[in-house]
Design a protein around this ligand. Sequence first.
Ligand code: UDP
Ligand code: MG
Length: 326
Amino acid sequence: MKLSMVVPCYNEEENVAAFQAAVIEAFQGCNYSYELIFIDDGSHDGTLQALKKLYRVQACPVSVVSFSRNFGKESGLYAGLEHATGDYISLIDADLQQRPELVRQMVEFLDQNPDYDIVAAYQDKRGDGKVLSFFKQRFYSLINHLSTVKLHPDASDFRTFRRSVAEGILSLPEYHRFSKGIFAWVGYPTHFIPYTACPRAAGATKWSFRKLMRYAIDGIIGFSTAPLRLATYTGLFSAGASLIYLLVVVLQKLIWGINVPGYATIIVLILFLGGMQLFCLGLIGEYVGKIFEQSKDRPVYLAREVLVHGADGKAEGVANASQTQP
Ligand code: UDP
Ligand code: MG
């Protein structure tokens, strides 16, 4: 198999068949084999039935991994990489916002440029509103400032890479998978190409502002310990400042005999320092929470059903429920 396309699907009932049709059209006349690996991420609609239909027909080689519940796109990508058999692996969404024609161009690029291992697409024109783009920009400048890995601001996980890269990604066993950071961490020479995201074919995006915020915080916690240092610096600064103030008060009393009135100062300082302490405790708590989650050593996903096509692209029976350990 030359190319495996990993397609995470969550409530994409109306899109999966159209997606496959678009792939077949885009790859018409290419002289290599390709397969589609669909991940049904615990969808509540008819996505799994639609995928099983594609699997039965095998218009092109199709495998389906069905999760026991919704584990998130990152877990879907992980499962897809585990089941991919291709020399090249592409990650692409099921909603046709990312065009399969571009995947073909990515494959051509990798064929012609052995010096590169990854072709990643970045969005040249983002359709986000002003508020969202402001927060996204702040997020990228913050994480690039705080972390040793450098993220391309507009790069998505729409990309094609060689098998060695997939093995690198799979070797990272973390439970909280922030794929933008993982891609940056594994490295490999990457070529960036621009693309314009098309409107969603059907259905709605699964990202709310709250979910994006949580994702951003997880990304920073997962790839930087700088926030912990913030607590140290704040502590040092307030200790230094209070030492100076202590000297001032003692001198005022001893030399000039001034009684220092301090009710308001004390209340403000107690509240300020109390707030800072709780904030720092919360920061540490975020990291402790992550350690707790990781120490449970739970699998990244549980599969209810795995349907794998044969080497000839024929349906090959139903594998039993399986469990995957990172
Ligand atoms: N997705 C998934 N699990 C989730 C959320 C999303 O597998 O919990 C899939 C979704 O079906 C789609 C891709 O991830 O194929 C991108 O999701 P979406 O289109 O909602 O994100 P956007 O394009 O708006 O960033
Ligand atoms: Mg989308």
